[in-house]
Design a protein around this ligand. Structure first.
Ligand code: SAH
Ligand code: SF4
Length: 363
């Protein structure tokens, strides 16, 4: 059976052409799958019966199975999805006043081993397919529409307005599938999201950042976390391969083609590690020539992390130093705390991995 979630509009057109169906049918089919969230071909009533029957024989809409589904008291909802061989990934929906953000995963685990990240501690299992990435949107859309407070929404009213690739995994290490899924998110026949409202977060794979600017420029967030190479080599090890000067110039190049005229730097606040006034000043020097905004992320602890979150007063003064230098600096609000859905707590479950020992069970 072919999974239709793997096919973008052109591919689907080609696919059904092979079976003698007209190209316009592809758009109708996409509408059923993504706009109406329908996966049962027999219910796609405006498609010819013969077409429905041949679809049933050759294809399906496969979505990951839900292992856990949690709704937090602040409206944040988290799904733990079964990726087979006892592995899990997580998808989180964060509702705000005028937008709904879906945080999605790109890999089962992550090979990059940032020291403060629970995903990094779990090791790497495998890349997600494009269908598994777009499937997270499909699933969240469908599940949210069943949620009591959203039940009356019309099918053309959007719930998910923004997507951030900030869940499990390093998206640029799964380039092909991630870009294919991004293109589908942007396609009007699929989800029609605005480029500005789709954000890819990366720890800094420089050649892939350059390639993304050509292939599919979306909003970019960089996990910076340190103001000099010495510390970044230690806490974000990919820095040894792509050090800060190379990373900063790739950001400047990216902005030339990006949908926004800035990049977002993410900076996790680690007590006594990267939160001193000197480091704030060093950070100003580092990023002052890059059109950017800075997002300070209070560290979310996890068992045996070995780190503590900086004190609130320290985070506030760190912010002040940067603001005084004219750098737009925000402090990220923590959401979904009661269901472990905050950043870096997207633990999922990686049991069948090639590295490291098992640490986390399904939460
Ligand atoms: N691999 C990508 C995207 C996933 S991580 C990246 O590194 O950018 C999403 C964000 O959460 C990154 O900025 C990451 O550094 C941050 N993060 C990871 N662990 C965290 C933790 N324990 N507390 C707070 N933020 C964390
Ligand atoms: Fe991977 Fe991002 Fe975690 Fe680093 S912070 S280990 S790149 S998921």
């Amino acid at each position: 059976m072919d999974n239709l979630l793997d096919l973008n509009c052109n591919e689907l057109t080609e696919y059904i052409k092979k079976f003698g169906h007209k190209p316009y049918r592809a758009k109708q089919l996409l509408k059923w799958i993504y706009h109406f969230g329908e996966r049962d071909f027999s219910k796609m009533t405006d498609l010819a019966i013969t077409f429905r029957e041949s679809l049933k024989e050759m294809a399906s809409v496969e979505i990951p199975a839900i292992e856990l589904d949690h709704l937090s008291s602040d409206g944040t909802r988290k799904w733990l999805l079964d990726m087979g061989t006892k592995n899990g990934i997580e998808t989180v929906f964060i509702p705000e006043k005028n937008r709904g953000t879906l945080c999605i995963s790109s890999q089962v685990g992550c090979a990059l081993e940032c020291t403060f990240c629970s995903t990094g501690r779990q090791g790497f299992n495998r890349n997600l397919t494009s269908a598994e990435i777009i499937g997270q949107l499909w699933l969240a859309n469908n599940k949210l529409r069943e949620q009591e407070n959203y039940k009356l929404l019309k099918s053309d009213e959007r719930l998910i307005t923004n997507v951030v690739m900030m869940g499990m995994g390093e998206p640029l290490a799964n380039y092909k599938h991630v870009v294919h899924a991004l293109e589908m998110m942007l396609d009007d026949a699929v989800y029609g999201l605005s480029r500005r409202k789709v954000t890819l977060s990366t720890s800094g794979l420089v050649p892939a950042i350059d390639k993304l600017s050509l292939d599919c420029p979306v909003s970019l967030a960089i996990s910076l976390h340190a103001s000099n190479n010495e510390l970044r080599d230690e806490i974000v090890p990919i820095n040894k391969k792509y050090p800060l000067d190379k990373l900063m110039s790739s950001c400047i190049r990216y902005i030339e083609r990006a949908p926004r005229d800035f990049v977002t730097f993410e900076y996790v606040m680690l007590d006594g590690i990267n939160d001193s006034a000197e480091q704030a000043k060093e950070l100003i020097k580092l990023i002052k020539d890059v059109p950017s905004k800075l997002n300070l992320i209070p560290f979310n602890p996890f068992p045996k992390s070995g780190y503590k979150c900086s004190k609130r007063s320290v985070i506030n003064s760190f912010q002040e130093i940067l603001m005084d230098a004219g750098i737009v600096t925000t402090i990220r609000k923590t959401r979904g705390d009661d269901i472990d859905a905050a950043c870096g707590q997207l633990a999922g479950q990686v049991q069948d991995k090639t590295k490291r020992t098992q640490r986390l069970q399904f939460i």
